[in-house]
Design a protein around this ligand. Sequence first.
Ligand code: UTP
Length: 291
Amino acid sequence: MKNLRKAVFPVAGWGTRFLPATKASPKEMIPLVDKPVIQYAVEEAASSGIETMIFVTGRGKRAIEDHFDSSPELELFLKEKGKDLELEEIKKISSLARCIFVRQREALGLGHAVLCAREAVGDESFAVLLGDDVVDAQVPVLAQMMEVWNRYQKPVIGLMEVPQHLIPRYGIAAGEEREPGVFKITQMVEKPAVEEAPSNLAIVGRYILTPDIFEKIEESGRGALGEIQLTDALVAAMKDQGVYGIVFKGRYLDCGTKIGWIKSQIYAALKHPEMAEEIREYLKEMVDSWR
Ligand code: UTP
């Protein structure tokens, strides 16, 4: 088995769907119960064997760097107060992996953000994880994808079935099913109208890419919404060498929109061992009071 060593986390977007919360705070730092959403993606990568995390940041994103850095003053404070559990939790974050931060000067789109990581990635295959897409899965989604990547040695994208009305929000892919849940991709369209969508399989924020993607991004120029889209470069990769997609096993939590985040919050709280019972009671009380 060949190992992937590096993962790219594009976190330089404006997060306009979450304004005003994202006016001065990164959307990726919005918490899901007690952890910022980006930490879930970083933990997923670390538990899939990734050693180096490359963050593509932009203006106003310092909080992300601070979050993954060590914090000696806070650690000392917690130690003095005897808050051992909190201390352990805090130390774990900075020891997750080696972090590199590169800058995207202008938010020109996801494809462009990935291109900004070119030097840090070098000439090897790598993963891309979008921080606001959290997946609750028994086997980390990236590990599920690595298994396909190891078998086919081609780029792999994470796929999820979506209801019709959500199709225009996503990149949509279609292909030939080679084994249960694994597709050789034949079509990809960024944010299509429902009538033009080739399937209901949405590309969610997990990718394994080969280094030739950088050239393809450079060649692709601006696409949907005037942005440099990763999907356009993936279409070129599909024609060139082939791209595979896997319908991953797990529960997708959309933490990049207000409604998605509220639902994710309820889901995560109901799964949290210390909160589940009280939240269940509270929800029941709320529902009963509306009757
Ligand atoms: P999104 O489209 O979800 O993020 O991109 P956004 O643009 O910040 O959000 P909205 O649409 O305005 O609400 C997915 C990920 O890609 C990053 C974002 O930070 C997000 O984590 N991204 C997007 C970049 O790093 N650079 C970009 O130019 C665009």
